[in-house]
Each structure stands twice: as C-alpha cells, then as structure tokens.
Design a protein around this ligand. Sequence first.
Ligand code: GLP
Length: 241
Amino acid sequence: MNIIISDTEKALDRKAADEIANHIRRHPATVLGLATGGTPVGMYKELIRLHKDSDLDFSRITTFNLDEYIGIDHDHPCSYHAYMDENLFDHVNISKENINIPDGATDSPEKECESFEEKIKEVGGIDVQVLGIGHNGHIGFNEPGTPFESTTSVVELTQSTKEANSRYFDSIDDVPTHAISMGIKTIMHAKKILLIAKGEDKAEIMEKALFGPITPEVPASVLQLHPNVTVFVDKEAGSKF
Ligand code: GLP
C-alpha cells in the first residue's frame, strides 16, 4: 500500500487529481469508479481545472459511481446524481451516455443492481476506483458487517451514517433509509484503488482500516488485501499512523 500524507487539503486534492489525470492521459478510455461525500469535492475541482487549463480530455472515459440513495429523484439536490453533475460532470467534456450511477428512483432496485454489475463487466471492469471512508469504516455504502463477497446490492444505512449525512438534508428524517451500493467484491475487482480521507475525525478509522485486523466490521480493512491501493490523507487524517 502506498500512503501519501499531504500537509494541506489543497495539496492532497492536487495529488489525487494528478494521479487520475495521469492515468487518463496514458489511457484515454479509462473506466473510473467515483465517490461522493465531502472528501472528493476538492479533487473534482482540481480535475475540472486540469480540464479547463490543460485540456484534460474526458470524452472517452466511462464512469461508475459507488452508490445512490433509494427513493429520491435524480434531480433531488441531495441525490448523488445531482452531486456528480454539480461537482464534476457539468464542467468537463464527459459523454452523458458513459456515466453510470445506480438508479435509486427505480421501481425494481434488485434488477438495477444486477444490470449495474453487468455494465461494469461489459466494459472490462473498473480501472481506477476512488473511495472515501465513513467514520465507521464504510466504503460506498457498505456498512460494518457487509460480507467481503458482496456485489452491488440494496443496503440499509446505519443510524450513524444517516446522522453523518443529515448535514446535506433538511433533517435526519429526510435522509433515505436505504441505498444501492456497489459491493465490496465489486470494489476489490478494480485494478487500482485511490482511498482518500481528510480531517482529524477520520484519523482513528484510517488507522484501524489500514493497520488493524481485516474484518467485515471495518469494511475498508479489506483494502489491505488489494494489490494496488494508494492512500491520500492530509496530516490530520494520517495523524495516528
Ligand atoms: C457517504 C458515501 C461514501 C463516502 C462517505 C464519507 O456516506 N456513501 O461513499 O465515502 O460517506 O463521506 P465524507 O467524505 O463526506 O466524509
């Protein structure tokens, strides 16, 4: 595991964006796995800047997002569809038909999970998967206890995740109870993984995830078994290493 500790958040955003940009420059048809949450926003800003200032070309890339809430429309401001448009897709030259985000507004979430997995297989798998981490160690929305063998599925959010994500909603009662999440096995099949964490509040879980026992109770600990992971942390999130 390659661990890169940056002095500032800005430096971390730049390094993570550069890693993705360099991959896209070498492989213009890269299949990117993308994450949401507060952590990658700055990295996306940096990718947008690289697109505008140095012609970073998204026209041939394909993307798969990790997750989406069930039961809210794509145009709901808290949906991950809206998040991705606002934070990346509306500002780069990606082809809309190459964007894949689980459809949480569907009538048949189980079928949606199957077709999402199928689409990943059809394009030959994910080349570079970006991950954030929840305070309880979740990756995507794979909460503690999720089997490492899980593929894309319907998941129930824990109370702590609902509380953490309620900052984006009017109240905690508005946070959806379920989501569609890419599975842990699906994530582990990505050829390269970039795990990003910022802030003091992530220090403890990052230490557990990277150096603690490998257990479904800390979903991100599975990454210790992946052969190609680069971890980007600021000095706060890396303070317990
Ligand atoms: C959310 C997302 C995850 C994300 C995590 C951390 O629940 N489903 O993909 O990594 O929480 O979010 P943040 O970056 O805001 O701390």
